[in-house]
Design a protein around this ligand. Structure first.
Ligand SMILES: Cc1cc2nc3c(=O)[nH]c(=O)nc-3n(C[C@H](O)[C@H](O)[C@H](O)COP(=O)(O)O)c2cc1C
Length: 176
């Protein structure tokens, strides 16, 4: 695949950054550019047809701070023709009513603005009460990772998710 992928990530204490860098190492099918959310502009989103977004959720269902500050601009981005995959970090035990809400807050906008989301992830194996991160009854908008309670599952989940996303992209390229 020739298209470069843009990976936008927002982190407050570094956890999402660790995952973003690990993802970049494991990513095989194309070049990938990492962009930290504190540096991003709406124009950066225009540069990529395939986008990965990683963010954590904070303070009872709020976006990670850089995405929070950028949210009004995020709502103006035209995602039509773009393919987006997301991963979200959260704490299902500490914040069971807001687990990975950030995934859904951004996911809704991406869909409203014409984007196509891949990499939706089954919600099996997590224990929480409510989540805006759910796309439907059984799936999050993207990969959900929990450093606080399921740290050991990060690696296998990330590897499986990358495989899923790469496969979905390759199938789209073949069909095009
Ligand atoms: C004060 C505080 C509030 C948090 N609020 C939420 C929340 O509402 N929902 C959630 O899923 N996780 C919540 N978390 C957990 C963080 O999302 C989690 O620690 C994540 O790994 C942080 O990633 P980062 O270092 O990339 O920002 C909260 C953590 C703290 C310390």
């Amino acid at each position: 695949m020739e298209n470069k992928v843009g990976l936008f990530y927002g982190t407050d204490t570094g956890n999402t950054e660790v995952i973003a860098h690990h993802l970049a190492e494991l990513w095989k099918i194309s070049e990938l550019e990492l962009i930290e959310a504190c540096d991003m502009t709406a124009a950066d989103y225009d540069r990529f047809d395939i986008i990965i977004i990683g963010l954590s959720t904070w303070y009872d269902g709020d976006l990670q701070s850089d995405f929070e500050n950028f949210f009004e601009e995020f709502k103006t981005i035209d995602f039509s023709g773009k393919v987006v995959a997301m991963f979200g970090l959260g704490d299902q035990t500490g914040y069971p009513e807001y687990f990975v809400d950030g995934l859904g807050i951004l996911g809704e906008i991406i869909l409203e603005n014409g984007g196509y989301i891949i990499g939706m992830w089954p919600n099996e194996g997590y224990e929480y009460d409510e989540s805006k991160g759910l796309y439907d009854e059984d799936h999050f908008y993207g990969l959900a990772l929990d450093f606080e309670n399921q740290y050991d599952l990060n690696e296998p989940r990330l590897e499986a998710w990358i495989k899923q996303v790469e496969q979905e992209i390759e199938e789209m390229v073949e069909e095009a």
